[in-house]
Design a protein around this ligand. Structure first.
Ligand code: CU
Length: 243
């Protein structure tokens, strides 16, 4: 008899780990279903990073409202690791074991479709929680929410954060001028993990046209050049910084 299990997607501002799945690890049987439930008004999803060979990489839509849920039935036995896209670097990860765990060689993914993210790092104790806390990205704006300092955009993969390509809302730091931005605009942006473990865009550059020399005098804070340094510590942050 197939069962349904619930995994809560939690934002708890009082906890040491603010964003987490509860339970983070679960063992079920083939044919059982996991229902992820967003337990408060916040933005979470669940997407696989490694799955047994032959299984599909599940990916929920972004759940933004309290009580929103998404269910997935696991038919292939083995180990599934997954994370929440907006909170991957904040450590929001989970693991589902279906039947019996998979041996590493029976798995697919890990670094996988997230571009060249975690694979090369697994040998030296790195993981996504300690991945870069800032990165450059490029994307296309869909809407600008001036009142709440958010933009909705489709961004290209951000290897330094192990983020795949995705359409999502992103918070924008105070002081970043959003008034000049319009839907369908292509931008480059600089994103940082804030102390409250929320990613915020800290700089936005329009990416149509060339590098504006007025914005880049020697000794000045040049967002484009600054971007070139990101990821230098792990050597994989350069994808897409075609300057
Ligand atoms: Cu989350």
């Amino acid at each position: 008899m197939a069962k349904e299990y619930t995994v809560k997607m939690v934002t708890n501002l009082d906890a040491e780990q603010v964003y987490y799945f509860e339970p983070a690890e679960l063992t079920i049987q083939p044919g059982d279903t996991i229902k992820w439930v967003n337990v408060q008004e916040d933005m979470h999803n669940a997407m696989a990073d490694a799955v047994p060979k032959g299984a599909e990489f599940f990916e929920s839509p972004m759940l933004e409202e309290e009580g929103a849920s998404w269910s997935y039935t696991f038919n292939t036995a083995g180990t599934y690791s997954y994370h929440c896209h907006p909170h991957a670097a904040a450590g929001m990860k989970g693991m589902i074991t279906v039947g019996a765990p998979s041996a590493p060689e029976e798995m697919q993914g890990g670094a996988h479709n997230h571009d060249h993210g975690a694979h090369g790092h697994s040998n030296h104790g790195d993981n996504k929680a300690s991945a870069s806390k800032s990165a450059m990205g490029t994307g296309v704006i869909h809407s600008v929410d001036l009142a709440n300092n958010k933009i909705n955009l489709s961004h290209e993969p951000i290897p330094a954060l192990s983020w795949p390509e995705m359409t999502m809302d992103l918070d924008v730091a105070e002081g970043v001028d959003l008034k000049a931005l319009a839907p369908d605009e292509k931008i480059k942006f600089h994103i940082e993990l804030d102390d409250d473990k929320v990613y915020r865009i800290t700089k936005i550059m329009k990416s149509n046209g060339q590098h504006d020399p007025k914005q880049c005098k020697p000794g000045m804070d040049c967002p484009m050049h600054e971007g070139m340094k990101h990821g230098g510590d792990n050597g994989d942050g350069h994808g897409g910084h075609d300057h």
